[in-house]
Design a binder for this molecule. Sequence first.
Ligand code: B12
Ligand code: SF4
Length: 303
Amino acid sequence: MQTIPSLALARAIKRWLPQVRAVFGGANCDGPMGAALHRNHRFVDYVVRGEGELAFPLLLDRIDAGRTPADVPGVCWWDGDRSVAVAPARTTVPPALIPIPTFDRWQADFDASVLRDRVNPSLAVEAARGCWWGDKHQCTFCGLNGSVIAFRSKSADQFWTELSMLVARHQILDVIPVDNILDMEYFRTLLPRLAAADWDLRMHYEVKSTFRLGLCYYRQGPGFLGVRDVRDPAESAVYVLDEPPLREAFLRCLTPQRLDDWPAQGQAAAEELIAEGLLLRRGGLAVTLPYRMRVWPVPATAV
Ligand code: B12
Ligand code: SF4
């Protein structure tokens, strides 16, 4: 929800139903923004700053018990007309406890909607919080100023289980992970599994601009539909390894090969890859170029 409409709605609700408690939370209430939002709007009863999984149930407990939430981390509350901001928690919610979203009610509403044939629905899922890049040198424009930036992610097993359950339950193949950044470990653990499932999943992940294209290339495009190359089109090129003989030649040459021993079709495929700069021939041997490169040796997004 947007902040200003949410404030207007909260004010209207409080005007008509003053007994209702207005609680705000989310990215726009993070850190000092949350304290300022509370301080400036007397009709906002509470603001939860930071992660809600532990703080929100605690706040509800305190409200239920008629106690002040002075011990609930990150919460802003009113002591008379004074806005009090409790310091946020130092600990974070362990990734294994990050809940699985429940889309059942949304699905029922969607199915009943007249717009259902006009909208292409996606599932929003969460595998990680924080940012491993920002942990070391946060980008100047980063919006995660108030939150804990330490990176934490679900194990590939857990995320795979959640993802496959949601996809099967809702029969939706468009998936949007809300993570700030892709867990690099997933190249080894999760992505090969997604690729092997062969589900036609369309996942949209954020990666760093310094991300090595060779990583995708090495993993044979692990379920990626495409990599957006934001360089000047004049300097970039796309080469797709989509024909079986090309893929086979490429993969076989991960171990140096003597091309003379290959059948004609394999040799033709290898020649094409050599021409593209994806294989290197030295003497009688051909080998796939190494993928761990800072700068990709060919002007290609070879996925
Ligand atoms: C998905 C997403 C979107 C989607 C939303 C799709 C949708 N239908 O929900 C789209 C693409 C529309 C979007 C748009 C924008 N986004 Co956005 N978006 C995100 C993203 C990637 C994930 C948010 C999410 O769902 N997380 C999963 C949930 C479970 O976690 P959470 O939101 O952090 O919530 C936790 C707590 O905040 C708290 N909480 C949340 N809500 C509440 C409510 C209550 C009552 C309580 C008690 C607690 C609580 O508990 C949750 C669990 O711990 C975040 C980055 C990130 N990874 O957080 C950016 C992010 C929230 N977006 C951001 C921005 C700037 C925008 C835009 C303004 C961009 C623009 N210039 O247009 C717009 C604004 C849209 C709007 N109307 O408000 C910034 C916000 C910066 C800030 N601190 O204010 C973020 C943090 C990205 C960033 N790093 O800069 N966004
Ligand atoms: S990569 Fe994104 S989340 Fe990470 S520090 Fe930069 S802007 Fe922030």
